[in-house]
Design a protein around this ligand. Structure first.
Ligand code: ADP
Ligand code: MG
Length: 340
């Protein structure tokens, strides 16, 4: 598509910040990609025994990130959120496209953005294979493609009665970073650094997702808040869940906060990009071994129960297994909603 731009033209920009590095990547990861940037479409080899997982995410300035945000972090995060969706389905990354609107051609900004973008693209072997570039308010939209053997994708709808509910890593850290950036909470510098990287440079759990294909019944990545996202699984599986509030995995930094805030952030903080998944009890040992192999904490936080009412419910339990009063539970179920 043709658009007007100043200084560096649209095609020079694509060549300099996206195409050159993409071509370099394709030399190493050319297996699945038949054609990358440069034609009207990219081409992905299709394989008869595979399904293609497709996911799109938009990042808008002022909504998903602060104006003036570090472009290198932005490049990283733009792809991280999409890789996290692939991970949640147990799909192996194949490649991605980037549609980007830029208010102006700022070479320094683009250099940094492209650095962060290709850093994560290389780490997860997921090459840039096409896109669109236009002038406009800063808006980044990535579509990522992954492959998964036919019938092996892990869906939200697969949770079964009696499944364990698991969560990877720790939750609530990105929410804590946001509170610190808004000066609602004071953190010492070293803590702030740790927690900020959780917010700006989330590590999509791609390896975990791949390993869970024959283990988990259902999975979701945590973008809007653990319990709110778990609720999507419950809705699509027509199940309830019992969750032990004390079992939610928390980082050392979050554990320094008061207990109300810890629970609030761990249960409902967004932007963690961990995986929440359900698996039969028979897989416990496999999952514990997986945790060791991946050096990633995997924590058992509750169980899937048959649905008792007309809509799926999450019942929160204290350390003695006693049900928490609803007034205490409701705020913990509030997850992020763009139109709420
Ligand atoms: P068309 O007009 O046919 O849609 P474009 O002129 O917009 O094609 O783009 C030319 C080539 O550059 C295409 O292969 C397209 O996929 C690629 N491209 C454009 N913008 C980007 C971008 N931001 N990142 C990666 N590839 C891009
Ligand atoms: Mg065209």
């Amino acid at each position: 598509m043709q658009t007007q731009s100043t200084q560096l033209g649209e095609f020079d920009l694509i060549q300099r910040f996206f195409k050159t590095q993409s071509e370099r990547m394709l030399i190493n990861h050319s297996g699945a990609i038949a054609l990358g940037i440069g034609d009207d479409c990219a081409l992905i080899h299709s394989q008869p025994d595979q399904e293609i997982a497709i996911t799109s995410d938009m990042l808008l300035e002022g909504r998903h990130f602060f104006a003036g945000a570090n472009p290198q972090w932005l490049g990283w995060k733009a792809l991280a959120v999409s890789l996290s969706d692939l991970a949640a389905m147990g799909a192996k990354p194949l490649g991605f496209t980037l549609a980007i609107a830029l208010p102006k051609v700022d070479s320094i900004w683009l250099e940094q953005f492209s650095k962060g973008l290709f850093e994560i693209a290389n780490q997860y072997a997921c090459p840039l294979i096409g896109g669109d570039t236009t002038a406009g308010p800063l808006n980044i939209c990535i579509t990522a493609f992954g492959s998964v053997s036919k019938g092996k994708a892990i869906k939200r709808s697969g949770a079964l009665e009696g499944d364990d509910v698991w969560v990877s890593g720790t939750t609530g850290d990105a929410r804590l970073a946001l509170a610190a950036l808004r000066h609602e909470i004071d953190l010492v510098n070293t803590d702030l650094e740790v927690i900020q990287s959780r917010m700006h440079q989330p590590r999509p759990r791609v390896e975990l997702g791949l390993a869970l294909r024959d283990v988990a019944h259902s999975a979701i990545d945590i973008s809007d808040g653990l319990l709110g996202d778990l609720k999507h699984v419950l809705k699509q599986s027509s199940m309830d869940a019992e969750i032990f509030l004390d079992q939610l995995p928390k980082s050392a930094v979050l554990l320094k906060q008061n207990i109300q805030l810890q629970n609030q952030y761990a249960a409902s903080g967004g932007d963690d990009y961990e995986l929440c998944f359900t698996a039969p009890i028979s897989q416990r040992e496999v999952i514990k071994k997986l945790s060791v192999d991946l050096t990633l904490p995997l924590t058992l936080i509750g169980s899937i129960e048959p649905m008792k009412g007309a809509t799926p419910e999450i019942c929160l339990l204290d350390s003695r297994g006693v049900k928490l009063p609803q007034a205490q539970v409701n705020p913990l179920l509030q997850s992020f909603n763009h139109f709420a």
